[in-house]
Write a protein that binds this ligand. Structure first.
Ligand code: ZN
Length: 322
């Protein structure tokens, strides 16, 4: 028998970026409709409720539940947002209860990296695996662990802090208080910082097209690398090597079936993925490495919203949502 939930849709909302991204997703994981709105810093519940109402109108079978990916830590027992530097208002109120009240839907909240991982795991590049490690590399570096088909939160919810693995004990100070974390080397702002430093130091770098543009971004470095600029290629290659060193540690620790890498920095494609795989292969314990596929994420900016929708689907079917 088909339950009504199987014909219904789910809504996933991603509030981790500058814009609010939302998707109407079928129970099978197909994105039916997308909406985007600027996050204006006002009432978060009202903004999410508005976009949810638009997507509900677009649903034929009706919407069964709502999932929201939050840039912060969510207590899996209470559904309360405990820490969020990007969205302090989400911490002060009871976002889950307020959204449930405003939409009338069961609501699941999850950390954004965890939601992105679950999206890739259910309908993206992690599909078919049971044990998966997910990495997202953009303005910051996040990670998430899926073990035997389930998100692994750890003792206090912080499992998978891949960006804070020490990569250079002599390195610069990180926002977390440690020195030389992977994030201080490989996040988008740090790729720009390292590129500036090297452009300044290296006389031959005047040959680089990047030197003509003082306000370049990590995406510019990747673009120039794709266009064959040797200096930009070197920066991307070195970034990949640092990520590969951290990936080797994950392979040794978890023996995952698949590692899925996403986020803006991975848009450099094979130029960054190849050195990651090469260095991981050189540094990881060989029997572990040989069992691990290292692949690029496939959902792009849909990862968090679709993952949040799929988490809402699974929570509804196991009656975990409130
Ligand atoms: Zn750190």
């Amino acid at each position: 028998m088909t339950s009504p939930e199987q014909t219904k849709d789910y809504i996933g909302v991603d509030v981790s970026g500058a814009a609010l991204r939302a998707a109407l997703v079928s129970s099978g994981g197909q994105v039916v409709e997308r909406r985007e709105a600027a996050l204006d810093g006002g009432d978060l519940v009202a903004q999410i409720t508005r976009i949810v109402a638009e997507l509900r109108d677009a649903s034929r079978g009706g919407v069964a539940a709502l999932g929201v990916g939050i840039p912060g830590l969510v207590n899996p027992e209470t559904g309360r947002v405990i820490i969020s530097s990007g969205l302090p208002s989400a911490v002060s109120g009871d976002l889950q209860a307020e959204l449930k009240g405003a939409t009338g839907l069961p609501v699941t909240l999850e950390n954004d990296a965890n939601a992105g991982a679950f999206g890739e795991y259910t309908i993206g590049a992690g599909r078919g695996s049971r044990n998966m490690f997910y990495v997202t590399i953009g303005a910051g570096i996040g990670g998430a662990i899926i073990l035997d088909g389930k998100l692994w939160h750890g003792a206090s919810g912080f499992a998978g802090e891949f960006g804070h693995i020490t990569i250079d004990p002599e390195g610069i100070e990180c926002t977390c208080g440690n020195t030389g974390c992977l994030e201080t080397v490989a996040s988008a702002p740090n790729i720009v910082r390292r590129t500036h430093e090297r452009l300044y130091r290296d006389g031959t770098s005047s040959l680089s097209r990047l030197a003509m543009n003082k306000e370049f971004t990590a995406a510019d470095v990747a673009r120039e690398a794709r266009n064959g600029d040797d200096f930009a290629l070197l920066m991307i290659e070195r970034t990949g090597r640092s990520i590969g060193t951290a990936v080797a540690a994950v392979i040794n620790l978890l023996n995952p079936e698949r590692i899925v890498l996403g986020g803006g920095v991975m848009e450099a494609g094979a130029l960054i993925l190849d050195p990651i795989i090469r260095v991981a292969g050189r540094r990881a314990f060989q029997p572990c490495f040989e069992a691990t596929q290292i692949v690029a994420a496939s959902l792009g900016t849909d990862a968090v919203s679709t993952g949040a929708a799929m988490l809402a689907r699974d929570a509804t079917s196991s009656s975990k949502a409130v």
